[in-house]
Write a protein that binds this ligand. Structure first.
Ligand SMILES: [Zn+2]
Length: 286
C-alpha cells in the first residue's frame, strides 16, 4: 500500500475524498449499478496521478473494472457514465447478500437471535424477517429488511437477499463484508455485516419507524415510544430462540413463546410476556 508512483503519490486515499467519490457515483458502479465496488482512477490512471482528485475517480464493480482494464469498456464510456451514473438515473445501488444456511442467525446489537421469523414486528409489519427457502433453491433462507434513518426516511432495504440503498443517504460505504450508512459525517445510522454460512449482523442502528425509535449497538437493543419512553431494552450477550422476537402492537410490547438465555429485559409497563423459557436472566418491568 505504501508504494509511491513516479509523482510520489501513495495509494492512500483520504476518507473525505473516498466519500466524495462514492457520493458522485451515487454509491454504485457508475456503469451497471452494482453495490460492491472499488475506487478507480479513471483518467489519468494511478501511475500518472499527481493527486487523488475525486472528479477524476469513480466507483466500478469488479466486473466493469476488469472490462475497463482489458479494453472491453473504453475510458470515454466510463467518463460518460461518471457524468450520468447508473444509480442516478436508473436504479438504486444494489447487490446480492450470501445469506442462508440450515439454522440462520441474526445478531442485532449484541443479541443473538436463532432462526427467527421476525426480529421486530410493529403493528403487523416486520422490519427484519427470515422467510423459508423457496422450492427451487431449498438451501437458501431469504432475508428481508427495511431500515429507516433517524428522521423516518427509508435508507436501506433487503428484498429476498438483494440489498439496495437510498441514494439520498449522506454516505453508503461498503468495505469487505460490512456496509455502513451515515446520515452525516461521523454519524452512523446503520452498520451491517453479513457472514456467509453463519449470520447476518446489525452492528449499529438508529432508526425511526412508524413513530417508534429503534436503537441497537454494542450496549443492547432499545425501542422507544413516540413520546420517548423506553418500551423495551434488551441487554447484551444473550441468545433468543423463537418466531417473533419483539412484537409491538398498539404501544404494547409482546414477547411470546421464546427460549431465552443469559438475558435481562428491562421494559415499560405495557409489556406482555408469556410462555417463555428463561435460563440465567429475567425481567425488570415497570
Ligand atoms: Zn459494474
Amino acid at each position: 500500500m505504501s508504494d509511491k508512483n513516479k509523482n510520489g503519490l501513495t495509494r492512500y486515499i483520504p476518507e473525505n475524498v473516498k466519500r466524495q467519490i462514492r457520493k458522485n457515483s451515487y454509491f454504485g458502479c457508475v456503469i451497471c449499478g452494482t453495490g460492491i465496488c472499488t475506487i478507480d482512477h479513471v483518467d489519468p490512471e494511478f501511475h500518472e496521478c499527481k493527486k487523488h482528485d475525486p472528479e477524476k475517480m469513480t466507483l466500478l464493480c469488479a466486473s466493469c473494472h476488469d472490462k475497463k482494464t482489458r479494453g472491453i469498456i473504453g475510458v470515454k464510456t466510463v467518463k460518460n457514465a461518471m457524468k450520468s451514473p447508473f444509480c442516478k438515473t436508473k436504479n438504486s445501488p444494489s447487490d446480492f447478500l450470501d445469506f442462508g444456511n440450515t439454522e440462520p442467525k441474526i445478531q442485532f446489537g449484541n443479541s443473538l437471535f436463532i432462526k427467527p421469523k421476525s426480529i421486530i414486528t410493529i403493528n403487523g409489519e416486520s422490519i427484519l424477517s427470515i422467510n423459508e427457502p423457496k422450492e427451487d433453491n431449498e438451501n437458501t433462507f431469504l432475508l428481508n429488511a427495511i431500515f429507516h434513518d433517524p428522521n423516518g426516511k427509508e435508507a436501506f432495504r433487503i428484498d429476498d437477499n438483494i440489498w439496495s440503498g437510498n441514494i439520498d443517504n449522506w454516505d453508503i460505504e461498503t468495505k469487505g463484508k460490512t456496509i455502513t450508512i451515515r446520515s452525516e459525517k461521523g454519524s452512523i445510522l446503520l452498520q451491517i455485516e453479513n457472514i456467509p454460512e453463519d449470520k447476518f449482523i446489525v452492528h449499529s442502528l438508529s432508526m425511526l419507524y412508524k413513530g417508534y425509535f429503534i436503537q441497537a449497538d454494542d450496549d443492547g437493543v432499545e425501542i422507544m415510544t413516540p413520546s420517548g419512553k423506553t418500551m423495551i431494552f434488551l441487554d447484551k450477550g444473550h441468545t433468543v430462540k423463537g418466531d417473533i422476537m419483539i412484537n409491538i402492537y398498539k404501544d404494547t410490547t409482546i414477547m411470546d413463546s421464546l427460549e431465552m438465555s443469559n438475558l435481562t429485559i428491562k421494559g415499560g409497563s405495557n409489556i406482555i410476556i408469556s410462555n417463555n423459557t428463561i435460563t440465567d436472566g429475567g425481567f425488570e418491568i415497570g
